[in-house]
Design a binder for this molecule. Structure first.
Ligand SMILES: O=C(O)c1cnc2c(S(=O)(=O)O)cccc2c1O
Length: 449
């Protein structure tokens, strides 16, 4: 019988990637061990003595959150960073009023339809600072029977002398991201980040902040940041051989992408995804993974999983062309084909065998212009509506030319590759239409009206 791993053992075994999926209730325990972590395990006392923390997110259940902290840490100062909207301000003030240890920080949303999607934890221990970047809302259902992604940094020690070599520019990028909130409540955390040594970080930060980014700011956020990072750091010898290497996008919602693929998806977004050190003219295959109705119906949560897949009919009906790109959610090798995805990932395989990866990104960003940005004014500005954050794994930072998904140290991919196309009878899950022909795994129907 295999014993359960402790949070510390899970972290040790996850080296060098430190990339986890959330544990799932209802699958064999063995699949909740290696490269799987729960919210409580992230906050475990085993990591050290917590001093204070910050939680950036979109949805919050304060009682649920406090219950995940070990009892001895529950009264430590906790900063909550959420999207500044009338509704959320009211809700957050109500929820947090009984708890003097909780401070609120509303994130400015100056561009309409923007949201604070970023999901990140700052955990300050007596021994140093840990950053967690993930995809789960801070509500119980997001941590129970879904597939979510989590990157957990090492605990970064206090800087002693001034020498520090952050090979991925992570520290500067994180400071640059947090500064954009222009919030006094984040001043303590900006100072704290500055005071800690991030030289053991091996991932790149890919963030989005609302704005019309021009000039030197254009490549700091969104899909142009991804393009710039891939161009600067891919570091592949003779990468021309990879010009047709396939690209995968996987997400839990889809925005309005335009009348044709060429409106934004292939002309602008794919151009960033296909960037390597050298630019290639070829257009590699783009495969998109988004749950079909059948994926949702047969999931552990049943149609209820679809409540977290808010692709609406208004957008879907304008982009019938998208269905040809779509592939099913399938994660048999992780026993998570029925754990509906709320994770968002993008990756490039080295070839159509899908045995090796050129890079891997886990992020809060869905397939939308609001999240990634859209070029405007004759490509002189990148307009982004939402806050997003993710981490990019590039083989060169791990002293490799490619990531193997099978040979040690194997990159722990969340779903099965190659992606499996929708069957002819499959349709993408749409949240605001009824499904009353077939009951779901709980015997229920879905009727949003
Ligand atoms: O994780 C997030 O950041 C996020 C954002 N939005 C959601 C919506 S909706 O606000 O777009 O209607 C509906 C259901 C789930 C959502 C969600 O999980």
């Amino acid at each position: 019988t295999s014993k359960n791993l402790s949070p510390i053992e899970k972290l040790e075994q996850s080296e060098p990637f430190r990339f986890f999926l959330t544990t799932v209730h209802g699958i064999p325990n063995i699949h909740n061990q290696a490269n799987a972590m729960s919210f409580k395990e992230i906050l475990s006392t085993q990591h050290g003595q917590l001093v204070r923390s910050a939680q950036f997110n979109y949805m919050f259940d304060i009682e649920f959150i406090l219950e995940q902290y070990p009892s001895e840490f529950r009264l430590k100062p906790l900063l909550i960073v959420y999207g500044d909207s009338r509704h959320d301000n009211h809700s957050m003030k109500l929820q947090s009023s009984p708890y003097p240890q909780i401070e609120l920080c509303p994130a400015r949303l100056d561009i309409p339809y923007g949201t604070h999607h970023t999901k990140m934890m700052f955990l300050l221990y007596e021994t140093g600072l840990r950053i967690v970047i993930h995809t789960a809302n801070l509500i119980e259902q997001d941590w129970k029977q879904k597939t979510q992604g989590i990157w957990i940094s090492p605990i970064c020690p206090k800087l002693n002398d001034r020498t520090e070599e952050c090979k991925t520019n992570f520290k500067k990028d994180l400071i640059q991201y947090v500064e954009r909130y222009r919030a006094k409540q984040l001043q303590f955390w900006l100072k704290t980040i500055t005071e800690h040594d991030f030289s053991n970080i091996n991932v790149h930060l890919i963030g989005s902040v609302p704005g019309r980014h021009t000039g030197p700011d254009m490549n700091k956020f969104g899909h142009l940041k991804l393009r710039q990072t891939l161009k600067t750091y891919s570091g592949l010898e003779n990468d021309a051989q990879y010009s047709l290497a396939p690209i995968v996008g996987q997400f839990s919602s889809i925005g309005s992408l335009g009348a044709t693929a060429n409106s934004w998806l292939t002309k602008e977004f794919l151009t960033s995804l296909k960037q390597l050190s050298s630019s290639a003219l070829e257009s590699p295959e783009l495969k998109l993974i988004y749950p079909s109705v059948e994926n949702v119906r047969t999931s552990l949560e049943g149609y209820m999983a679809g409540g977290s897949l808010p692709y609406n009919i208004q957008n879907a009906m304008k982009q019938g062309w998208l269905v040809n790109f779509l592939h099913q959610w399938k994660a048999d090798h992780r026993q998570r084909s029925r754990a509906s995805p709320h994770i968002k990932t993008y990756l490039r395989a080295a070839n159509d065998q899908y045995k090796q990866l050129l890079w891997f990104l886990v992020t809060s960003a869905n397939l939308s212009k609001a999240a990634w940005g859209v070029l405007e004014k004759n490509n002189t500005q990148l307009m982004i509506r939402s806050y997003e954050i993710g981490v990019l794994f590039i083989p060169k930072q791990f002293s490799q030319s490619v990531f193997s998904i099978s040979d040690s140290p194997a990159f722990p991919i969340p779903y099965d590759l190659p992606p499996v196309k929708y069957q002819s009878t499959d349709k993408p899950w749409i949240v605001d239409v009824a499904y009353k022909n077939q009951p779901d795994s709980h015997g229920n129907m879905w009727d949003p009206s």
